[in-house]
Design a protein around this ligand. Structure first.
Ligand SMILES: *Cc1c(COP(=O)(O)O)cnc(C)c1O
Length: 829
């Protein structure tokens, strides 16, 4: 199918001066929102402002799409169950260089841009780091001029909204689509039927040979595309984030309706819609429910049909797929796409198994995000077989191929073979999605140096042995546009003043800041920017929590999902120990601190929810105790989200990255903080290791067991009780918590939690406690010497350029996808 030629638009000249923008906003409000300025709500103004800028984006969007087509560029398809994009307005305005003019334009209409920016809902289509990575990658792919499409699910309710009531987490539905979504384009014409269940028929030829299989699904739902344009830095390229929404094939069963069954008539419509209603709020833990598998298949299958249709319309055949399409699996959630591509190639397009398998492996690549056993997806065979009978057959066929390779190339033991198998032959037979993703991809990457090495040694050691060279590392990154330029305009201006604008295009230029670390005047300015950001956070906390914090105190921040391996508990216990010390040694020169926490717990994860309650209980007691004299405050900021992170990250002095070594695959929060001039207190885990190498050991505070030592401890029978007995401060803090000092209304509330540390301590809280407390006192010592503190803080910002997701994406492009990216702007020495 050839493309029709575009009928050229008469050249639209967009005038971007504030007057012209104001006129356009007003016209948009009238004709596209349908409101008069006298009755327009703030939301209407927000919609009008976004649509005016969106018009400018659409032209570049069409041009980008056309260019990829005409140049026959290889396209990257990034499949991810989650895209934690947050708000888009600032991102788009600032990447197009329209922020200041839009501010002025809106002001002339009596509208405050910051006010309406705060109304934009936070698109929380993700749980945490994995989803935020996908969002940073989308922005970077557009910024480095790479032709890419993101594919995911348009959840009607994103991640739940968290409220804290009486110290407990309460989950409320997120309703981000209530006021419409001016960024998205519904593409009803771009819809595909997705099947579930049913049977598989074998078609044989006259002489009885098996020709092919035909899957006859029992149910069908429609996947409808919703497109959001993603603008790169300087509007260089605009890519597409395509999110699928489910609809019934028959929106109403008229026969049932006419027979008076009004509810039955809508049953299918409701069932279909429920497929894309919720995002499973499980982080580092597999949801394990049938609806989740349906969601995974639904969006993978819709994306693959879309990809194949685009490829066929341009190239007319499928053998060239691996040369023109790189399909990336962000974790195992879309791994079923491997079996789906095999099915489409064999059953629909008539290719044989070997050819299909070759095309599939050369097209797919997979990123692993966790080694935690409870997070590795697997599905019970009976469920899988009932829902996706043809895919089950294909997975058996792939498995036969893989095990044959294993048996013929290497003399593996039965035990090794059983670990390589895509099927876990336990009491309950299950399909291992990680093994499927590994076998069906030409590249499997970890997300930090340490994580990649551990992957080779643990979960995938046998597959690594069978397919050496397939595992590679791509350390995560963050987009410096959102995580420096937009969230920290004060620091951005200061850096521009000092080293010019080049770092805006090429983050590497930040290293020029190193020479300012010893410049007293610059340090003062750096400190005053930090102070401004701390004021902003203090105001936020005062407004929302009616809590006063002193912006001259050290802001010590731990914000991330609440999980035992991330060890918020270690931080809270240390705060309790410090509280005790402050009261027993009032004469000492304590450095005032405010400890901030924020983060959501999966609703079914009771221990994590109890840790939230503990943080709030401890906060209530400490914040009210006059004996503490304001030297220590604890604040739990509710509803952690991208927007909350954008306020908290620039205001942090100290970044808490204290996971049990070996358990945090990379972390990206750690990168955001260091880039914004916070000093990290952390373990040698995930990307902390590389942050330490980049910023230098003198500019980070590292403590605790290494991953190897944690492993050794576990192997050699670690006895937490012994560690606790050696540390009177820890013992005292644990006993205070356990005995109800912080929970007089329910003294036994934390008994089991603390007993867990005494008896198992899986996350090595006791083993690392003394090292952590010592490290905190080292932090105090640095803080005591302000010039030294800010010199270190500046060196953090100056040396974090490598963690730009532009760098990460260029590595993926070069090593995994083999696609072209735009040039790095030339370095002017
Ligand atoms: C960056 C980010 C994360 C990831 O934080 P980690 O500390 O790496 O776990 C999670 N949630 C949000 C909203 C983020 O912005």
């Amino acid at each position: 199918m050839d493309r029709a030629t575009t009928i050229e638009l008469p050249p639209v000249v967009h005038d971007n001066d504030p007057k012209a923008l104001a006129a356009e906003i007003l016209s948009c409000l009238t004709y596209r929102v349908g409101k008069d300025s006298s009755v327009a709500t703030q939301y209407d103004w927000l919609t009008a402002a976004i649509k005016v800028v969106r018009d400018r984006i659409i032209e570049r969007w069409i041009a980008s799409t056309k260019e990829s087509y005409e140049k026959k560029q290889k396209r990257v398809y990034y499949l991810s169950m989650e895209f934690l994009i947050g708000r888009l307005m600032r991102d788009a305005f600032s990447n197009l260089g329209l922020m200041e003019n839009m501010r002025e334009a809106l002001q002339s209409l009596g509208v405050d841009i910051d006010m309406i920016a705060g109304l934009e809902p936070d698109a929380a289509l993700g749980n945490g780091g994995l989803g935020r990575l996908a969002a940073c990658f989308m922005e970077s792919m557009a910024s480095v001029d790479l032709a890419a499409h993101g594919y995911g699910i348009r959840y009607v309710h994103g991640l739940f909204r968290q409220e804290i009531q009486d110290g407990w987490q309460v989950e409320l539905p997120e309703t981000w689509l209530d006021h419409g979504n001016p960024w998205e384009f519904e593409r009803r014409e771009r819809s595909f039927e997705i099947g579930f269940g049913g049977t598989v028929e074998s078609i044989t030829s006259k002489d009885g040979r098996l020709e092919r299989h035909v899957w006859k699904p029992q149910e069908h739902v429609l996947a409808v595309a919703y497109d959001t344009p993603v603008v790169g830095w300087q509007g260089r390229r605009v890519n597409t984030l395509r999110l699928w929404s489910a609809m019934a094939v028959d929106p109403i069963l008229l026969a049932a309706f006419n027979a008076g069954d009004h509810i039955g008539a809508l049953k299918e419509a409701n069932q279909a819609a429920s497929l894309t209603r919720v995002l499973y709020p499980a982080d580092s833990h597999q949801a394990g429910q049938e609806l989740r598998l349906r969601q995974e298949y639904f969006f993978s299958a819709a994306s693959l049909q879309d990809i194949l249709e685009r490829h066929l319309s341009q190239y007319g055949e499928l053998h060239s797929l691996p040369d023109k399409a790189a399909i990336h699996l962000n974790d195992t959630h879309p791994a079923i796409a491997i079996a789906e591509l095999m099915r489409l190639l064999m059953d629909v397009h008539g290719l044989d198994f070997d050819m299909s398998w070759d095309i599939t492996k050369r097209t797919f690549a997979y990123t692993n995000h966790t080694l935690l056993p409870e997070a590795l997806e697997s599905w019970p065979i009976p469920v899988f077989e009932r829902l996706l009978p043809r895919h089950m057959q294909i997975i058996y066929a792939i498995n036969a191929e893989v095990l044959l390779e294993a048996r013929s190339y290497q003399r593996y033991s039965d035990e090794q073979i059983s670990r390589i198998s895509l099927i876990n032959e336990g009491a309950e037979r299950r399909v291992r999605m990680g093994n499927l993703a590994f076998a069906g991809s030409h590249s499997v990457n970890g997300v930090s140096g340490l994580h990649t090495e551990l992957m080779k040694e643990t979960v995938f050691s046998d597959l690594h042995n069978l397919y050496p060279g397939r595992i590679n590392n791509k350390t995560n990154g963050i987009t410096p546009r959102r995580w420096l330029m937009q969230c920290n305009p004060g620091l951005t201006s200061l850096i521009r003043e000092a080293i010019g604008d080049r770092f805006l295009d090429d983050t590497e230029a930040l290293s020029e800041l190193n020479r300012f670390a010893d410049d007293a005047a610059f340090r003062e300015k750096f400190a005053s920017v930090k102070r401004e950001n701390k004021n902003r956070l203090s105001n936020y906390v005062a407004e929302r929590l009616s809590l006063r914090v002193d912006p001259s105190a050290m802001f010590d921040v731990q914000i991330k999902r609440i999980h035992e391996y991330k060890r918020q508990l270690l931080n809270i216990i240390e705060a309790v120990a410090l509280y005790d010390q402050i009261r027993s040694h009032p004469e000492k020169d304590w450095m005032p601190r405010v400890k901030f926490f924020a983060g959501k717990a999966a609703p079914s994860y009771n221990t994590a929810k109890l840790i939230i309650k503990l943080a709030n209980d401890v906060a209530r007691v400490i914040n009210r105790d006059p004996a503490v004299r304001g030297l220590l405050k604890i604040v739990f900021v509710p509803n952690y989200s991208v927007s909350v992170a954008e306020i908290m990250v620039p205001a942090a002095d100290l970044s808490e990255q204290i996971s049990t070594a070996g358990l945090e695959a990379s972390g990206t929060g750690n990168m955001k903080f260091a880039l914004n001039g916070a000093i990290t207190i952390g373990t040698l885990d995930g990307a902390n290791v590389e942050i330490s190498e980049c910023v230098g050991e003198d500019n980070i505070v590292i403590f605790g067991l290494t991953a190897e030592e944690v492993e050794r401890n576990k192997r050699d029978g670690y006895v937490p009780r012994a560690a606790i007995e050696k540390s009177p401060e820890l013992a005292q803090a644990l006993s205070a918590i356990s005995s109800g000092v912080f929970s007089p209304d329910d003294p036994g509330r934390y008994r089991d939690l603390i007993n867990g540390i005494y008896e198992r301590d899986w996350f090595m809280v006791a083993a690392d406690f003394d090292a952590y407390a010592d490290a905190q006192r080292r932090v105090d010592d640095i803080w005591r010497n302000a010039p030294d503190w800010y010199a270190k803080a500046i060196r953090n910002t100056a040396n974090m350029a490598w963690f730009s997701s532009d760098r990460t994406i260029r590595e993926y492009a070069r090593d995994i996808w083999e696609v072209h990216t735009g040039e790095v702007p030339p370095k002017s020495n």
